[in-house]
Design a binder for this molecule. Structure first.
Ligand code: UDX
Length: 476
């Protein structure tokens, strides 16, 4: 068969967290809509969780891509065990879980990739794996696959992780010396202070599992052929242009809003979503504050108490997502006594919702967010100003982009300790008055840039076309 006629087949393996799964599924749909065959791989645990969430806890498993195939897309999924049964608590046993993910998971990925290729040797294959994985380069090399690294966080975070060697050379990994010194030597990244670095770089302990994941992932990414970033060129042009000098890097975001395929329904949520549309419909425009700390971050009872008391003080309408594990596995009754009764009619507390439906609703006027990258992109897309309350990983760095660089959000807490008084003050600033107007004004500009990137001739669409062109050169 002529090389040029061989069908391209992408094997896509997302990282096993909600914030990585959604963009990977949307990338899979986008590539399938361009004529690629897709093998999309979840861990069995993620597969089980999504199936359970979408079947209202029944054990029937969901065929994720059935509707996509009905629409003519050649897209299939497989699963791989992460080595633990569903009931194993992967957060509580994070280190044990990741030891196994470093050691045993790559062996299973290798087997599945081998089998996939064997089942249809006439296709031409390439691998798209999340940047945080510790094995893509080895597997791509073994099977001679083009190796595409999928990055689901900001390009500036990527640039910092890519240059961990510079941090080490300058005595900033681990951090010793002047706490106030700015890091002004990362190519393409504006000077940044310690408190704005990713959490794993702020930690004095350089043996944490989180940092180990990053170090291993970035050793691998140096051997990747291409980088795909779920960001927007115009918003991060410095980091992206500089990264491009090292490796072909394409900003194709926000991938979750690409209208070429978003109408195809694919189950993505790990938890069941409560429907709050009716409630939102009953609220005045711009009056509701939405609060969510994403899928991983854990707060604590004291801070949650301060936020709850601030909500009582302000009288604002709100939807607050409190996952059952939000204050740790053993904390129950995290809200102040009588809180639910006192906010009846103006406040909804849910364990998970469809965040896009909430943020796109006209009654929502503000978002207290943990600054997960997907949440930031979603808030910008729908033009909702933010109050930033970062916890771990990239969230502190994302906060800097939102508050200091783009000026579309404010901090929840400027000092060391969260207090109900300051939180109430910030909520009032976000929801009405001059600060609110200024934030909305800036948000309009940033939101427009983001929407334009996905126009037919927008930067993200052009970058995607360029990526496909360069891929072809490598594939054939
Ligand atoms: C974390 C990181 O902080 C993030 O930057 C990284 O890219 C992925 O890991 P997470 O806590 O999952 O992410 O936050 P975020 O990236 O915001 O993703 C959460 C996703 O869950 C969003 O797409 C959001 O729409 C969705 N969500 C959240 C819901 O659908 N319902 C909810 O109730 C809350």
């Amino acid at each position: 068969m002529e090389e040029r006629q061989r069908k391209p087949h992408a094997i896509i393996i997302p990282f096993c967290f909600q914030g990585h799964i959604t963009p990977a599924i949307n990338l899979a749909l986008k590539l399938a809509s361009k004529g690629f065959t897709i093998t999309y791989i979840h861990t069995e645990f993620i597969h089980h969780s999504i199936s359970k969430a979408h079947n209202h806890n029944s054990s029937t498993e969901v065929d994720f891509f059935a509707e996509a195939r009905k629409s003519g897309l050649d897209i299939h999924y497989s699963t791989i065990s992460d080595g633990f049964p569903p009931e194993f608590d992967r957060d509580l046993n994070f280190d044990e879980f990741w030891d196994s993910m470093f050691r045993d998971f790559p062996v299973r990925v290798d087997e599945l990739v081998g089998k996939t290729i064997q089942s249809n040797p006439s296709s031409v294959y390439f691998l798209i794996a999340d940047t945080f994985y510790s094995w893509p380069a080895a597997i791509a090399e073994k099977y001679s696959l083009v190796n595409v690294s999928l990055w689901t966080e900001p390009a500036s975070v990527f640039a910092i992780d890519y240059h961990l060697d510079l941090l080490r050379e300058n005595g900033h990994l681990p951090w010793n010396g002047d706490l106030e010194r700015q890091i002004d030597y990362i190519p393409g990244v504006q000077p940044i202070s310690k408190r704005d670095l990713m959490s794993y770089l702020q930690d004095d302990d350089v043996t944490t599992t989180l940092l180990k994941i990053v170090i291993k992932g970035f050793e691998q990414v140096k051997k990747a052929d291409f980088i795909l970033c779920n960001t927007i060129h115009e918003l991060e042009s410095g980091s992206l242009s500089t990264l491009n000098l090292e490796k072909p890097t394409y900003a194709i975001g926000p991938i979750n809003f690409d209208t070429t395929f978003t109408k195809i329904s694919v189950a993505k949520s790990i938890w069941p979503e409560s429907d709050c549309t009716q409630w939102l419909n009953s609220m005045p425009p711009g009056s509701v504050l939405y609060i969510s700390f994403g899928s991983i971050a854990q707060s604590n009872k004291q801070d949650i108490g301060e936020i709850a008391n601030a909500l009582l003080l302000t009288g604002v309408n709100f939807i607050w997502i409190l996952r059952p594990d939000i204050a740790g596995p053993d904390e129950t009754d995290i809200l102040p006594d009588g809180f639910n009764n006192r906010v009846k009619g103006r406040g909804l507390i849910l364990s998970w919702c469809n965040q896009n439906i909430v943020l796109s609703h006209e009654s929502v006027g503000g978002f207290i967010t943990h600054c997960g990258w997907n949440s930031v992109l979603e808030s910008i897309w729908y033009g909702v100003p933010m109050i930033c309350y970062p916890f771990i990983a990239d969230q502190p760095t994302n906060r800097k982009l939102v508050v200091s660089d783009w000026k579309i959000g404010i901090n929840l807490c400027d000092g060391q300790q969260l207090t109900m008084k300051e939180v109430a003050q910030k909520i009032n600033l976000l929801m009405s008055g001059k600060t609110s107007d200024d934030l909305k004004q800036e948000m309009k500009k940033v939101s427009k840039i983001m929407h334009s990137a996905l126009d037919m001739d927008g930067s993200s669409q052009r970058n995607f076309v360029q990526f496909l062109e360069n891929l072809k050169v490598n594939l054939y």
